[in-house]
Design a protein around this ligand. Structure first.
Ligand code: PEP
Length: 260
């Protein structure tokens, strides 16, 4: 079975005390034997302390929201994948639409970041998604294909298998307007088909593809019912421990019902 993942992207929110309190509350509210994996992506400056806070939790890992495309050197303000690895970070979000838009991160730059992340045996959570304009003019599938081809499809089979893909339509992020269940299922299935087209052994069936874009307690259950959805990347709702853990419980309930 593919890994099921509930990930929280805290973006540039919370002060230090708030961040520690949020992680402590989430850990307290999580059951020890849950079936889904949990990933939290706090701002860089809190990573080391939050990693030590969750040590001992077998299914909770900490992600960075970004890393440099360079290994090291004269890149003021950047953080390398080896630095992240050295403080116990296990995953890195790469290609979030906010970074693509605000920092001009191209598919080619993201390809380099993926390589840096994998060199350190970290897990990339690769975000792809179309803008509202691209959805409107019908080029959304083409855009996703290009994002996958230009940033991911240089990887070998084993490397690709260690990635998580997040389908995040840009128009659904932070807008309160999630994609419909049909749109989500269609795009997740398309991503799997594209992977299977480029690689042997139908490996697309073994890669976790999570959905992001206004996931909340009111729509998570329906989104998780789509067969190609393996979890969620959550922004706004991940800042409230009660909402985040309720969404996690919805995923776990769905998983237990599939097992009986
Ligand atoms: C995100 O930041 O990746 C995201 C999906 O945000 P939100 O859940 O707030 O739409």
């Amino acid at each position: 079975m593919r890994k099921k993942i509930i990930a929280g992207n805290w973006k540039m929110n919370l002060n230090y005390a708030e961040a520690l309190s949020l992680v402590d509350t989430i850990v307290d509210q999580m059951e020890d034997d849950g079936l889904a994996e949990v990933v939290l992506a706090p701002p860089f400056i809190y990573l080391r302390d939050i990693v030590s806070r969750v040590q001992g939790s077998t299914r909770l890992s900490i992600a960075a929201q970004n890393c440099s495309q360079f290994k090291n050197g004269a890149h003021t303000g950047e953080v390398s994948s080896s630095m992240l690895s050295s403080v116990g970070v296990e995953c890195v979000i790469v290609g979030h639409s906010e970074r693509r838009a605000e920092q001009n991160e191209s598919n080619e730059i993201l390809k380099l970041k993926i390589d840096r992340i994998l060199e350190q045996f970290l897990i990339p959570v690769f975000c792809c998604g179309e803008t509202a304009e691209e959805r409107k003019n019908g080029s959304h599938s083409e855009i996703i294909n290009r994002q996958l081809e230009q940033s991911l499809f240089h990887l070998n089979e084993a490397q690709l298998l260690s990635c998580v893909i997040a389908y995040e339509p840009v128009w659904a992020i932070g807008t309160g307007k999630n994609a419909s269940i049909d749109q989500i299922q269609e795009m997740h299935s398309l991503i799997r088909k594209q992977i299977n087209h480029h690689y042997k052994n139908n490996i697309g069936e073994n890669i976790s593809i999570i959905y992001g874009g206004s996931v909340s307690v009111s729509n998570a259950e329906e989104i998780f019912s789509a067969p190609d959805v393996d979890g969620a990347l959550i922004g706004g709702a991940s800042l409230k421990a009660a909402d985040f853990t309720l969404i996690l419980k919805m995923m776990e309930k769905m998983l237990s019902s599939r097992m009986v």
